[in-house]
Design a protein around this ligand. Structure first.
Ligand code: UD1
Ligand code: MG
Length: 452
């Protein structure tokens, strides 16, 4: 006997007003269904079955790399009907845990507790949200035993006043679920086959329905509208911020940080407001990130400061560097120790050696920059000839005067000193001054033109 997980994800998501299938809408930068599947996988089930419908091809291709079984529900006749489509894919003796593709924040620990309650025959996850509106209500008898779940649209005013709601997740043996679902009718307000009706079936067989609750109520929040999507996003981000604070990270404002991936921080890291972290980001000890920075797949060494409004993607930054404000590091940028990259400097596919500086208004692309190099304001590596990219090599201890264009492929030997305003299209010799600009002339006796 093993555990299989069925994820219901065939609903249309009408209230999203979107051509994108609902479960592909993103929370923390990833489709909602990706969060659910990741949590499902953490439970090591035998099989994961996803019931899809609306936009099925798009959903399937978004998860083509994942080992899941796809089952189509061609008509959305209700949650009970949806589960029925999946049951032929599981062994009758297996336990089936039902999840929803649009409830993305559920934690594995919570589901583990539900799984442990399965011996009762049927276990359901319930919660007491501040506003129970829209949920099915849990009806209990005088002894506190679960009797049934009543959907809000079918509920009496007294039932609507009940605070305990059905999250929608349950676990029972496949054969039992199939038996119960066979007797479920759609004679209700929505003309749907309700999965929740299995509770009455189980109770009629004398089964004591077990209930478990999540640690945090936001784990159970579902997404039916953009508003709910935004609330779920904030709940996710607030939990991420809390984890960072608990690990010793300083956040200027816990409500203004967005982690859309995996952010690892060393000791004494501080993060100012409105920063976005995407993919895998690693910040070394005492790193400071200024306000309004975007970092995607970046690793940063200790004691480095990233100043405001910097945009850094697929880059590696050593220790004790100073980046920004307004710096842009693009894929393949690699800074050694103690490098300064200042305002309006763009670096792409380039290595910059230790103690080198490019402090203002430059483009460094496809370059190899040595150590102790000074790159003056307005320097540009002309790396593209319209067809191919070419490399620029700048040796250690070079001084590149302001407003220099380096026409690649070109190499500046160690200690080259380039006069400001030069256009360098040939290799330069070591430790010499090279100037490549028109000489300055002064025209003696020149008079400005005058209007007649
Ligand atoms: C359902 C529950 C309700 C619970 C609420 C929690 C039922 C009858 N009601 O109501 O008790 O409080 O969830 O959010 O189960 N789906 C399909 N095929 C269908 C219909 C739905 O795959 O034919 C999927 C949806 O994609 C979604 C999930 O099932 O992931 C829930 O469906 P939804 O229509 O949102 O159910 P609710 O009316 O919210
Ligand atoms: Mg719903």
């Amino acid at each position: 006997m093993s555990l299989d997980i069925v994820v219901l994800a065939a609903g249309q998501g009408k209230r999203m007003y979107s051509s994108l299938p609902k479960v592909l809408h993103k929370v923390a930068g990833r489709p909602m269904l990706a969060h659910v599947l990741e949590t499902a996988r953490a439970l090591s089930p035998g099989r994961i079955i996803v019931v899809h419908g609306h936009g099925g091809d798009e959903v399937r291709s978004a998860f083509a790399a994942m080992n899941v079984t796809w089952v189509e529900q061609t008509e959305q006749l209700g949650t009970g009907h949806a589960l029925m489509q999946a049951l032929p894919s599981v062994k009758p003796r297996d336990d089936v845990l039902v999840l929803y593709g649009d409830v993305p924040l559920i934690r594995a620990e919570t589901l583990q507790a539900l799984i442990e309650a399965r011996d009762s025959g049927l276990a359901i996850l319930t919660a007491e949200p501040a506003d129970p509106g829209g949920y099915g209500r849990i009806v209990r008898d005088a002894q506190g035993r679960v009797v049934r779940i009543v959907e809000e649209k079918d509920a009496s005013p007294e039932q609507r006043a009940l605070r305990e709601v059905n999250v929608g997740f349950l676990i029972a043996q496949a054969a039992r679920l199939a038996g119960w679902l066979a007797s479920v009718k759609n004679s209700n307000a929505q003309r749907e086959y309700y999965l929740t009706d299995v509770v009455q079936c189980a109770v009629a067989e004398g089964i004591k329905v077990a209930t478990r609750q999540p640690k945090d109520v936001w784990e159970t929040w579902g997404v039916n509208s953009r508003h709910e999507l935004a609330l779920v996003e904030r709940a996710y981000q607030n939990a991420a911020a809390k984890r960072l604070l608990e690990a010793g990270v300083t956040l200027a404002d816990l409500w203004r940080v967005d982690v859309r991936g995996d952010l690892r921080c060393g000791r004494e890291v501080s993060i100012d407001v409105n920063c976005v972290f995407e993919g895998k980001v690693t910040l070394g000890d005492r790193v400071h990130i200024g306000p309004n920075c975007v970092l995607r797949n970046v690793s940063i060494g200790p004691d480095t400061e990233i100043h405001a409004f910097s945009h850094i993607e697929e880059a590696q930054i050593g220790g004790r560097c100073r980046v920004g404000p307004y710096a842009r590091l693009r894929p393949g940028a690699s800074l050694a120790e103690d490098v300064h990259v200042g305002n309006f400097v763009e670096v792409k596919a380039s290595r910059i050696g230790a103690h080198s500086k490019a402090n203002h208004l430059s483009y460094i692309g496809d370059a190899e920059v040595g150590s102790g190099v000074n790159i003056g304001a307005g320097t540009i590596t002309c790396n593209y000839d319209g067809a191919a990219k070419h490399r620029t090599v700048i040796g250690d201890e070079c001084f590149v005067g302001s407003d220099t264009t380096l026409v690649a492929p070109v190499t500046l030997a160690r200690g080259s000193y380039i006069g400001a305003g030069s256009t360098i299209s040939e290799d330069t010799p070591a430790d010499q001054l090279t100037v490549a600009r028109a000489r300055q002339v002064t025209v003696r006796g020149w008079k400005p033109p005058r209007k007649k």
